[in-house]
Design a protein around this ligand. Sequence first.
Ligand code: FMN
Length: 396
Amino acid sequence: MKSNSNTDSKIQRRQFTKWVSLSSLSLALPISFTSCNFENSQKIDTTTELSDLKNVFDLEKLSSKVMGEDALLYLNGGADDLKTVKINSDAYQKIQIRARRLIDVRNISTNVDLFGQNLDNPIVLSPVGFQGFFHPDGEIATAKASVAKKHQMIVSSVSNSSVTEIANQSQAKLWFQLYPTPDRKITKLLLDRAEKAGCKVCVLTVDTPVVGNRERSGTTLMKLVQTGKLKMGNFEGILPDGMGFSDPGMTWDMIDWLKSNCDMKIVVKGIVTKEDAALARARGVDGIIVSNHGGRQLESNRATIDCLPEIVAEIKNGIPVLIDGGIRRGTDIFKALALGATAVCIGRPFCWGLGALGQQGVEMVLDILKAELIRDMQLAGTTSIEKISRNHVLKN
Ligand SMILES: Cc1cc2nc3c(=O)[nH]c(=O)nc-3n(C[C@H](O)[C@H](O)[C@H](O)COP(=O)(O)O)c2cc1C
């Protein structure tokens, strides 16, 4: 294991670079974030733009003007031909809402109880790595926005700021997403740091035994890491030569190992079948996130919202089932909740806000989605999250 010296950090950066170039994670953001994001942001009249930002797609458009081309490729990219990226969103259009009438909808509650916490709303920020590519304030800006707007944030293992820095600078109550390395000693160090930073939930990502086939890669991530402009946050100083962030040898035994090596609740992210939902539950996990990594891993052509019903049926209210992938509107959130999700997670949308306007942009995205959800609940005649039921949607 490495000490935290400058030399060692350089070696780790080289190794990281090697791993990145072997995997296709290197599709990351080519243009130096300092030159691309901020030179360009000077060029746009943000005052005019702000008044036009009505929905998350407007933030997406703004991010495409502000961020560099390769940063956008990293953020918006996916596996193979991006069919799963697209179908995640498209599948929501095939579900119709059955609105109920003449219900007093003056008071709406969006609260949900999740893993021993009472959350203000069911819109959680998915773990997204390397947020320093999108904006120099990276995860710190996202965390501050999540605190200001009362949303739960999940910090990625591959965040640029460490979970400790993020917690200290934002005062956020974070959940920690885990990519285990093949060396459990390193994983244990990550878990200890996350717990020390106050994390009560560990989200184990299980859809990444290897990195997906993301063909549109750039070199900037490598350059930024090589030159030390982009830190590896949690892994800084502890990653041995040549080791990557995924463990292709990981099996269900990992759940037992996690349970005996930390006190956090264990949530598995990346479940897409009822068979694996049953196995996860049998292992005693505390929750499941139905996810295909936003279409960045296996090009499966199956939307997560299409996976949700069989998993909910298998779990039968036993443990919380969350979902992410393609959620862009309040109506998408409503549909997922109606089909049995306890809460939803969003990935790219908050990053569009971050890339476009930093913390303010993330806050705008969160405001927009929550306002849309509340309005949709009112229009559908549902006054609380638990009142959104299977009868409120039609799905084939
Ligand atoms: C740029 C980017 C980086 C991501 N990094 C991670 C990560 O570090 N860990 C992880 O479990 N999932 C990661 N994901 C997947 C997200 O957590 C989430 O599953 C996905 O973004 C949801 O789909 P959506 O972007 O359509 O909302 C990443 C997604 C994106 C777009």
